[in-house]
Design a protein around this ligand. Structure first.
Ligand SMILES: C[S@@+](CC[C@H](N)C(=O)[O-])C[C@H]1O[C@@H](n2cnc3c(N)ncnc32)[C@H](O)[C@@H]1O
Length: 213
């Protein structure tokens, strides 16, 4: 990994709790887009491809979970999707997202904790870059089952090269699938998500259909 570009990534990965992580993203928020573009960061593009493949209505009510500075919504809005809501831990990242003017609502919420949305509030949840170690925990999916309408979609990029993290996510999703809450409908190949600074960091994008709610 290139040392001059990677100091934010090292800070993020060393965060011990949500407060520390939120502070780091607050401080990174002004230069986040420039940094990650220089890393070759690509999950928002892949998530957009899957939204285009699976969500026909551009009026679909879509929650961007871990919205960050709004890179996913920026691309979705180019494709005509307008009914976008974003949540994030970091007020600084939310402020940067607000400047893009593509989200109807942006609110501070913590994935893994109860979310302040009604049952069946969304047609879909999308998420890029947020399902990784010391970020969104497996329990986040419990709330997705509640807030996504039956037959709605969860389109999420998940870090797969950190064994302890992906094992915990797989265990949660296996349980939800066995209990009849959701089913896998599509997944991408694994791919490097920051290829210009890390050969190791690998993610995979998954599409789940919510079956009951
Ligand atoms: C790598 S950034 C990705 C942001 C954006 N989705 C993108 O693709 O550019 C990860 C984001 O997840 C947020 N985040 C991390 N853990 C979170 C949690 N438990 N709940 C809500 N947001 C979280 C961070 O504040 C940060 O904005």
């Amino acid at each position: 990994m290139s040392p001059n570009k990677s100091h934010w990534l090292q800070k993020v990965s060393s965060a011990q709790n949500n407060q520390e992580l939120s502070n780091i993203y607050d401080n990174w928020s002004q230069e986040y887009d420039e940094s990650v573009l220089s890393f070759g960061y690509n999950p928002p593009a892949v998530i957009n491809g899957l939204v285009g493949r699976f969500i026909q209505s551009t009026d679909a009510n879509i929650l961007d979970a871990g919205v960050g500075t709004g890179m996913v919504g920026e691309l979705l809005s180019i494709l005509g999707y307008t009914n976008l809501v974003g949540i994030d831990l970091s007020l600084g990242m939310l402020e940067s997202a607000r400047k893009k003017q593509v989200y109807q609502d942006l609110r501070q919420m913590v994935l893994g904790q109860p979310l302040d949305f009604t049952d069946n509030a969304f047609d879909a949840v999308v998420s890029a870059g947020t399902f990784s170690a010391n970020h969104a925990p497996p329990e986040s999916f419990d709330e997705f089952m509640r807030i996504v309408k039956p037959q709605g979609l969860i389109i999420v990029a998940i870090r797969v090269d950190i064994a302890s993290y992906i094992d915990s996510i797989r265990a949660k999703i296996n349980t939800l699938e066995k209990e009849g809450w959701c089913q896998l409908v599509e997944h991408s190949k694994p791919f490097q998500n920051i290829p210009l600074v890390s050969e190791r960091a690998t993610i995979e994008a998954f599409v789940y259909r919510v079956l009951c709610g």
